[in-house]
Design a protein around this ligand. Structure first.
Ligand SMILES: Nc1ncnc2c1ncn2[C@@H]1O[C@H](COP(=O)(O)OP(=O)(O)OP(=O)(O)O)[C@@H](O)[C@H]1O
Ligand SMILES: [Mg+2]
Length: 356
């Protein structure tokens, strides 16, 4: 549904060049919720702004719903007619909502419809329908100043849906919200994804967001995508940083002569007593150093860090046993491997503009 190939973006800043995107190949399938995470400055916002051509990429192409947007003329507010039309079918949700305080909730939702040249009555009908969809039917006459953060974001989402988009882009839509409101907004995005068949590309700092709603995820670093795949694929990839961040397991060996193994369970393997089988089969004592279990897409997935007596050479067979059981077993060498480079803090504020 969304494909970028070889996407680069180089900003000129006070005579210096800043490479924000460095050859990004992204592929978001129709109907999925796709999360992009990464540290501040990794290029996440640049990516999303290039996807709807709010920023013109320096090179590479962006295809949305089969249309090559990079082939259309103009950029940002100076987009040509074709690009404006294409963009009206891509909804965008912002971290700081970008509502006009002087307009009622209904008028805010009507704004993009006004720009699309839709007449008064049809516009109002559509706006009320959308407000109903996001659970704000009773707030149509309120002003943004009278709403909570979560309600404001619902208005932002209703407005993003005004052009009947097939694709919704969201840049840190929940970063300004408390955890409970975040959950309700994520649930709304998930519902819209399922009810309207909407493809959602969302950018976030928060790993919980990925865990809660995403079918697929990518990790960005220094303008590149360093890992990408469905959540299931990532969890099955040895050494996946995203998997470690989704399911962090900590714990250091209790003595020098020990082998520490991270075991990932997914699918039906999660339900079998593999660890006790391992212990019985090889007559070894196993200590559990750390564990995390969760449900992703209705399936139980978990990771466990275990300690086996003896060095690696002595444990080749037990590790092989775990792998034969369909589990992923990775030997952790050296210190704790639970470090992540995804900070939990909220991002620096960005200059955003309403997608007009
Ligand atoms: N308009 C601009 N002019 C110059 N440099 C820019 C501009 N926008 C972004 N950059 C630079 O490009 C890099 C990537 O920025 P971007 O905003 O895409 O990161 P991000 O991953 O969204 O970060 P955050 O999590 O803080 O929002 C950064 O080094 C940033 O300073
Ligand atoms: Mg950003």
């Amino acid at each position: 549904m969304i494909t970028t190939s070889g996407l680069t973006k180089v900003y000129q800043s006070r005579g210096r060049e800043v490479t924000a995107l460095d050859g990004v190949d992204l592929h978001v399938r129709e109907g999925e919720v796709y999360g992009v995470i990464g540290q501040s400055g990794a290029g996440k916002s640049s990516l999303i702004r290039c996807v709807n051509l709010l920023e013109r990429p320096t090179s590479g192409t962006v295809t949305v719903a089969g249309q090559d947007l990079t082939a259309l003329a103009g950029r940002g507010r100076r987009a040509g007619k074709e690009l404006r039309q294409a963009r009206s079918r891509i909804g965008m949700v912002f971290q700081h909502f970008n509502l006009l305080d002087s307009r009622t909730v209904r008028d805010n939702v009507e704004l993009p419809l006004e720009i699309l040249g839709i007449s008064g009555q049809a516009r109002t009908r559509k706006a009320l329908e959308l407000l109903d969809l996001v659970g704000l039917a009773d707030k149509a006459k309120a002003y943004p100043g009278q709403l909570s953060g979560g309600q404001k974001q619902r208005v932002g989402i209703a407005r993003a849906l005004a052009g009947d988009p097939k694709v919704l882009l969201s840049d840190e839509a929940t970063s300004a919200l408390d955890p409970e409101t975040t959950r309700s907004i994520l649930q709304l995005l998930r519902d819209l994804n399922q009810e309207l068949g909407l493809t959602v590309l969302l950018i976030t700092h928060e790993m919980d967001v990925v865990k809660t709603v995403c079918d697929s995820a990518a990790l960005m670093r220094k303008g590149r995508i360093v890992e990408a795949g469905t959540v299931g694929e990532l969890l099955a990839t040895p050494g996946s940083e995203l998997a470690h961040t989704l399911f962090p397991v900590g714990g250091s060996p209790s003595a020098p002569d020990r082998t520490v193994v991270d075991v990932t369970f997914h699918g039906e393997a999660a339900a079998r007593p593999v660890i006790s089988q391992l212990s019985r089969t090889y007559n070894i004592d196993i200590s559990i150093l750390g564990a995390a279990m969760d449900t992703v897409g209705g399936k139980q997935i978990g990771r466990m860090r275990i300690e086996l007596p003896g060095g690696f050479e002595e444990n080749v067979v037990p590790i092989g046993f775990l792998r034969e059981q369909g589990l992923q077993a990775e030997v952790v060498d050296g210190g704790p491997a639970d470090a992540t480079d995804i900070p939990a803090q909220t991002p620096a504020p960005l200059t955003e503009e309403v997608a007009k």
